[in-house]
Design a protein around this ligand. Structure first.
Ligand SMILES: *Cc1c(COP(=O)(O)O)cnc(C)c1O
Length: 423
């Protein structure tokens, strides 16, 4: 059952409550390998479900447009101070509703419509909001996009420098959604300084690794740091913008009143709790284990003949090109899901297939690390993945069902925050 338990919801809306209960059980029984997902603690779940959702508080602590902020101000200040301490930044804004609006606020703060902006192309591993064509950021700005080298699958910094010199972008985004390698923030900073661009490090995926010391920090290199709070950082769905004092006013004004109205105070409370958790020694151990698990899984997949973009991983994420396995990313991801292994299909750099049916799958280890799995189990996981993909090419449903049972059996040993088998 769901933890905290939901008796009032069950009484008031049994239909919805039943769906929530089933989702909690699904999250318990499946091996969740989507690299942007995690399990938040029960404390974060509790904070996110409080009466703070009842309160309006447009503005910032001490400067609100509504009365009754006696407790909201210290809650938001706590979240801000914890973010500043954890990441070592001058200023933090914890109000962005999610990663995409946080990035929109950055554009609003530093660019005008039609200005040149530079980001990583979505099919190369960037994010929609880094200027991809279908995004508002690609339509309203003159977006220029960089990628990775065909031979290495690694970021092409020469291309970034050439494009920056030629286009003189107002903003340069680094970071992304499918980058298995360490991001060289000092190198980006040097390019940004040369062309007088604002460097934005979008650390949505790796914020927890940075907080836990398992990835270099962009602090001191990037002008602005944008992050979601719900991926490796293991907080509620939300986002933060961090920066030096010089940019604080511009960013705050862009978030409110530039882009948003009232902040989601229940989420702010959840963020505060997760930042407190991320400051504990156990979180550094988790961050190191996420990377250790990803590297062990990558090695085990390579041993089974998988073709990994860039040949492996430095972080929490693996991008596998399934061309050599004779299956597309989408049917593979669907078969894996039937085998109790949840991942997502993903384009690989220079993908010859369509985005809705690409060549790759994206795997990550944050959620399974939170469950307590370690590197010793990664060869078993790689074996299941390999077997399930082979079964998918032969339409062998029995094997997929068998693997799903084995996955469930393994995970029964690893408790999940948010769900308990005991009523
Ligand atoms: C997830 C992500 C975002 C967007 O976050 P949402 O909360 O989904 O809007 C932005 N940038 C990067 C790099 C991301 O990985």
């Amino acid at each position: 059952m769901h933890v905290p338990s939901i008796p009032a919801l069950t009484a008031a809306d049994p239909q919805l409550a039943a769906l929530v209960e089933r989702e909690a059980e699904r999250q318990h029984d499946k091996l969740r390998l989507i690299p942007s997902e995690n399990y938040v603690s029960t404390a974060v779940l509790e904070a996110s479900g409080t009466v703070l959702t009842n309160k309006y508080s447009e503005g910032y602590a001490g400067r609100r447009y509504y009365e009754g902020q006696q407790l909201i101000d210290p809650i938001e200040t706590l979240a801000v101070d914890r973010a500043r301490a954890l990441f070592g930044v001058d200023h933090a804004n914890v109000q962005p509703y999610s990663g995409s609006p946080a990035n929109l606020a950055v554009y609003l703060a530093f660019a005008e419509p039609g200005d040149p902006v530079l980001g990583m192309a979505l099919p190369m591993g960037g994010h929609l909001t880094h200027g991809w064509s279908v995004s508002a950021t690609g339509r309203w700005f003159r977006s220029v996009q960089y990628g990775v080298r065909r031979e290495t699958g690694r970021l092409d910094l020469d291309q970034v420098r050439d494009l920056a010199r030629r286009e003189r972008p107002k903003l340069i985004f680094c970071g992304g959604t499918a980058i298995p390698r360490t991001i060289d923030f000092p190198a980006f900073a040097e390019i940004a300084r040369e062309v007088e661009a604002v460097l934005v490090a979008d650390i949505a995926h790796i914020a927890g690794l940075i907080a836990g010391g398992a990835h270099p920090s962009p602090v001191g290199h990037a002008d602005v740091i944008s992050t979601t709070t719900h991926k490796t950082l293991r907080g509620p769905r939300g986002a933060m913008l961090m920066c030096t004092q010089a940019h604080a006013k511009a960013l705050d004004k862009a978030v409110f009143p530039g882009l948003q109205g009232g902040p989601h105070n229940h989420t702010t409370a959840g963020i505060a709790v997760s930042l407190h958790e991320a400051a504990q020694p156990s979180f550094a151990a988790y961050a190191a284990q996420v990377v250790r698990n990803a590297q062990a899984l990558a090695t085990a997949l390579l041993d089974r003949g998988f073709d990994l973009v860039s040949g492996g991983t430095d972080n929490h994420l693996i991008l596998a090109d399934l061309t050599s396995k004779g299956i597309g990313g989408k049917p593979a991801a669907q078969a894996l899901d039937r085998a109790g292994i949840e991942c997502n299909y993903n384009t690989v750099p220079f993908d010859p297939r369509k985005p809705f049916d690409p060549s790759g799958i994206r795997l990550g280890t944050p959620a399974l690390t939170t469950r307590g799995l370690s590197q010793a189990q990664m060869p078993t996981l790689a074996g299941w993945i390999d077997e399930a993909i082979a079964a998918a090419t032969k339409e062998d449903e029995a094997t997929l069902t068998r693997i799903a049972g084995e996955v469930r059996e393994l995970l029964a040993e690893y408790p999940m925050p948010g769900w308990s088998s005991r009523p």
